[in-house]
Design a protein around this ligand. Structure first.
Ligand SMILES: [Zn+2]
Length: 84
C-alpha cells in the first residue's frame, strides 16, 4: 500500500497503526521528504464495500434460493444443471 503525503505529495512511510475496530485502522505516517516537508499525519483505513460477496456467502444465498423453490422447480433445476 502506497501512502502519499497530503502536503507535498512525496512518498510517506507508515510508522505504526492503531486498530479502531475489525474494519477500521488509523495509519500513522511520516513524510519521506524530510528536507522540505517532514510532516507526520494519520490516514484512516477502512473497509468500504464488497465488489463480490465471499464465496461462502454466495453458496448460502444460492442454497437459500434453491430451498425456497417448490419441489417440482427444484427437480427441474437439478435436471437442467446436470444436462449438458
Ligand atoms: Zn510531505
Amino acid at each position: 500500500m502506497r501512502v502519499i503525503c497530503p502536503h507535498c505529495y512525496s512518498k510517506a512511510l507508515i510508522t505504526s497503526s492503531n486498530v479502531l475496530c475489525e474494519t477500521v485502522k488509523d495509519l500513522y505516517c511520516q513524510c519521506t521528504n524530510t528536507k522540505d516537508c517532514g510532516a507526520s499525519f494519520v490516514y484512516k483505513l477502512s473497509h468500504s464495500h464488497d465488489l463480490n460477496p465471499p464465496r461462502q456467502t454466495t453458496i448460502q444465498i444460492a442454497s437459500a434460493l434453491i430451498k425456497s423453490l417448490p419441489l417440482e422447480e427444484r427437480q427441474a433445476l437439478q435436471r437442467d444443471m446436470f444436462a449438458s
